[in-house]
Design a binder for this molecule. Structure first.
Ligand SMILES: NC(=O)c1ccc[n+]([C@@H]2O[C@H](COP(=O)([O-])OP(=O)(O)OC[C@H]3O[C@@H](n4cnc5c(N)ncnc54)[C@H](OP(=O)(O)O)[C@@H]3O)[C@@H](O)[C@H]2O)c1
Length: 494
């Protein structure tokens, strides 16, 4: 309508086309037909959304291209042309047809798994083609013939053509559209496999000697990704840029920063060093990644909030310790409200600055926990089980072994913006220590003190808060939601 208004008002020579479902060789692998073929090649069950009775009209890509061509050369400016086919098939019938072509000896139903339907999945969209046909266009490739040709093409070339992508994350029940880095039009139209020209995913990881960085390195190795460590200092712009370019990375994982030893109190007395690394360094890296089109995942912190009147400590929580009223927890829209420590204050500034960078994924990590409760002094459980006295306040926490794989997944999907990167719910110090007693040391005893008493033995204040997990699990609905509350901590024990 907007485009046509320009034709009507200013005489702009416009042609409008309305396309329908397209299929054929080289199609993106998350689309129905290629996905089913490639899943079947891998002997995976074919996931059908809902009962699969919704109808689709698939037109072969060559006929679609011919339609564009004829509209371009013969179309009447200001007109609209539907591009489609009169043939309709239900999704389930298409899937069964593919199975019969590829595995004629198998009962199709045995290879099909019905999964949750997409919200608002259209039942049908059927187009009137008379306007296009009046230009002389005709469908030339019938669906049966085109499907056979597409199955043959994907069976031979599919995997190598699309090997620039992480097919494991695409060939799943509910994939999100692929982003193929550095794939430009001329390459796509050359008929050459984009895999040869598109940049392959490669990670560059900052935080080589650190806790979280080390875990990410292990994870990327386990998952078989191409990756390498960064060696430059974050604030050294020239060497960071050299390293970004030499590595040929498409993704940066930044788990570098000063965290203070033995704890964040160090930052109170080392303010310039803290600014140099955590502020100037992080922003330098983000800026360089922006300049070079590199996706950056920043392991930031959720310790930039503290309970206040609108988000109080005492709220009603459900059985899995999640606040019943999400508006009483800190969301990604909230801006930092805790400046009790210099570390948190600078992290808060940086988070706000990073909101302006469109390629940065900010993950708010909170009181991280790994499976090494007995020896890892950085582990929140180790820490509180070794203090003389502890406060007793519910907090969101990040169970690293459970959540770090999600960070990789989010980076691959090039998600950006801020996410509360924590397990759902808030668990108090005493609840954690009760588990410690139950699982690790039946004789374990501890003593509590108040925040005011705690303030006398630490230099800087500590943040306590519950972060809302809802954005992450809404955007990653196709992944399993991690354990809530107690279950999250218990999973560390496995
Ligand atoms: N651990 C937590 O409780 C926690 C909680 C929430 C958020 N986070 C955030 O998550 C990130 C990683 O935390 P972590 O616990 O893994 O930290 P960590 O164990 O202290 O490791 C920090 C890493 O940063 C590197 N680094 C320090 N200054 C650097 C610089 N100027 N240039 C390049 N690298 C530098 C260190 O390398 P060198 O040894 O070479 O200096 C080290 O590899 C940090 O940003 C932290 O704020 C941590």
């Amino acid at each position: 309508m907007m485009v046509k208004s320009y034709h009507r008002s200013y005489g702009l020579p416009v042609l409008v086309t309305r396309g329908n479902n397209v299929y054929g060789p080289r199609q993106y692998p998350e689309k129905l037909i290629p996905k089913m073929i490639m899943m079947l090649q891998r002997n995976k069950k074919l996931t059908v959304h809902g009962d699969g009775v919704s109808k689709r009209s698939y037109l072969h890509v060559k006929d679609v291209a011919a339609a564009f061509d004829i509209v371009l050369h013969k179309g009447v400016t200001g007109s609209t042309y539907n591009i489609g086919t009169a043939e309709e098939h239900s999704v389930i019938d298409i899937v069964k047809q593919i199975i019969r072509m590829m595995k004629p000896d198998v009962e199709p139903e045995k290879m099909i798994e019905h999964v949750r339907n997409r919200p608002f999945n259209d039942m049908r969209y059927f187009l009137d083609l008379r306007q296009l046909e009046s230009l002389g266009w005709k469908e030339t490739i019938k669906f049966d013939e085109g499907l056979k040709q597409t199955v043959d093409w994907f069976s031979v070339h599919g995997a190598s053509f699309w090997d620039c992508c992480d097919l494991d994350s695409v060939l799943v029940a509910h994939p999100v559209p692929l982003v193929v880095p550095a794939l430009v039009d001329s390459q796509a139209s050359s008929g050459q496999p984009p895999a040869k020209k598109a940049k392959k995913v490669k990670f560059l990881v900052f935080g080589k000697t650190g806790w979280i960085g080390g875990m990410i390195g292990n994870l990327l190795t386990q998952k078989g990704f191409a990756w390498e460590w960064a060696n430059s200092r974050l604030q050294d712009r020239e060497s960071v840029e050299r390293e970004l370019l030499h590595s040929g990375c498409t993704h940066v994982m930044n788990a570098a920063g000063v965290t203070g030893r033995p704890n964040v109190d160090w930052c109170e007395t080392h303010r310039q060093e803290t600014i140099r690394v955590n502020v100037i360094g992080t922003l330098t890296l983000a800026d360089l990644c922006a300049m070079h089109g590199i996706h950056m995942t920043n392991f930031a912190t959720g310790c930039i909030f503290h309970y206040d009147q609108s988000k109080p400590e005492k709220v009603e929580r459900d059985a899995s310790l999640v606040a019943k009223d999400a508006s009483k927890t800190f969301s990604e829209e909230d801006h930092p409200n805790f400046t009790g420590s210099f570390y948190s204050e600078t992290k808060g500034y940086v988070e706000n600055m990073l909101r302006e960078f469109e390629h940065v994924l900010t993950l708010r990590v909170r009181m991280p926990i790994d499976g090494d409760v007995l020896c890892n002094k950085r582990n929140f459980i180790y820490k509180i089980s070794h203090y003389n006295k502890v406060v007793n306040i519910p907090n969101s926490m990040t169970v690293l072994p459970e959540l770090l794989p999600y960070a990789v997944e989010m980076a691959l999907r090039r998600l950006t913006g801020i996410y509360n990167f924590c397990n759902p719910g808030a668990i108090s110090h005493n609840q954690v220590l009760e588990l410690y007693r139950d699982y690790i040391d039946p004789d374990f005893k501890w003593a509590n003190f108040t925040i005011e008493e705690q303030a006398k033995v630490i230099t800087a204040a500590r943040s306590n808060n519950e972060l809302s997990p809802h954005k992450m699990w809404k955007d990653l609905f196709f992944l399993r939601e991690p354990s809530r509350g107690f279950a999250g901590l218990e999973s560390c024990d496995q």
